[in-house]
Design a protein around this ligand. Structure first.
Ligand code: ADP
Ligand code: MG
Length: 264
């Protein structure tokens, strides 16, 4: 059964899109079937997947507002995962959703029946706690929270954790934190080390062991429309996201409930 995971943090520039695209590509490299949903009107995950957001014939807008099926709206990314793209049209969707019934449930409904087709469905969230993000959290089993280890990171985290808790209580009881991901990590910076240890003290094994280093290849790859694994497979960035995929798979797939006991 597929697992639905939102990559979220209301702060911009913390590595959500980089994580979504590179994790999707790494999961494909480990033979998992993946759907990536771009839920940010900036369309960075779409472009970074090698799909031109200006040329999209179908997008997540059609899914959310016009109830187009995922099967109809998806395109294949060059890296091998299915993609529901986004562009500036999605800004209007956020407003249009507010006038519709079951506005928080739109994405959740559209994903019904898709768990049998994919191992992982990743959702790249916009940098705000708006109706699009609420749709993502309502549809998800868990969240990945990318964060930079800097002073203000922890402040924003409290607001995000409160929102997740609220959604869990009111709209989606199954929602869990999959993990906190340290991104753009530079071990030469003392503050990064301090914040990193604070995180592990507070959140224990909710912090992924994998740390994503600051790596120029991760920043360059999107301008070529490629995940780092395709752009420079031996770069530290690409290798770190492969490690994250391994860690995620171990966490997700070891928890699979046991089937009926077989008798001889
Ligand atoms: P978000 O989606 O949270 O706004 P992005 O993934 O777009 O964040 O990252 C913000 C910027 O930082 C982008 O230019 C991206 O290429 C760059 N970036 C992200 N992760 C790394 C990293 N580990 N090393 C170097 N640059 C990174
Ligand atoms: Mg982004």
């Amino acid at each position: 059964m597929g697992k639905i995971i939102s990559v979220t943090n209301q702060k911009g520039g913390v590595g959500k899109t980089t994580t979504s695209v590179n994790l999707a590509a790494s999961l494909v490299a480990t033979k998992r079937k993946v759907l990536l949903i771009d839920l940010d009107p900036q369309g960075n995950a779409t472009m970074g997947s090698g799909v031109d957001k200006h040329e999209l014939e179908t997008s997540v807008y059609d899914v959310l507002v016009d109830e187009m099926s995922i099967a109809e709206a998806k395109v294949k990314s060059p890296a091998g995962y299915d993609l529901i793209g986004a562009n500036a049209d999605l800004t209007a969707a956020e407003v249009e959703l507010l006038e519709q019934d079951h506005k928080e449930q739109r994405l959740n409904k559209s994903l019904e029946g898709l768990r049998s087709l994919y191992d992982y469905i990743l959702i790249d969230c916009p940098p705000s706690l708006n109706m699009l993000t609420v749709n993502a959290l309502v549809a998800s089993d868990s969240v990945i929270i990318p964060m930079q280890c800097e002073y203000y990171a922890l402040e924003g985290l409290t607001a995000l954790l409160n929102t997740i808790e609220k959604i869990k209580n009111v709209l989606n009881p199954k929602l869990e934190i999959d993990g906190l991901l340290r991104t753009m990590y530079d071990p030469r910076i003392a503050l990064a080390n301090q914040v990193s240890s604070q995180l592990t003290e507070h959140f224990g094994d909710k912090v992924y062991r994998t740390i994503i280093p600051r790596n120029v290849r991760l920043a360059e790859a999107p301008s070529h429309g490629l995940p780092a694994l395709e752009y420079d497979s031996r770069s530290r960035g690409a290798v770190s996201y492969l490690a994250l995929a391994g860690e995620l798979i171990r966490r997700a797939e070891q928890k699979v409930p046991k089937g009926p006991v077989e008798t001889a």
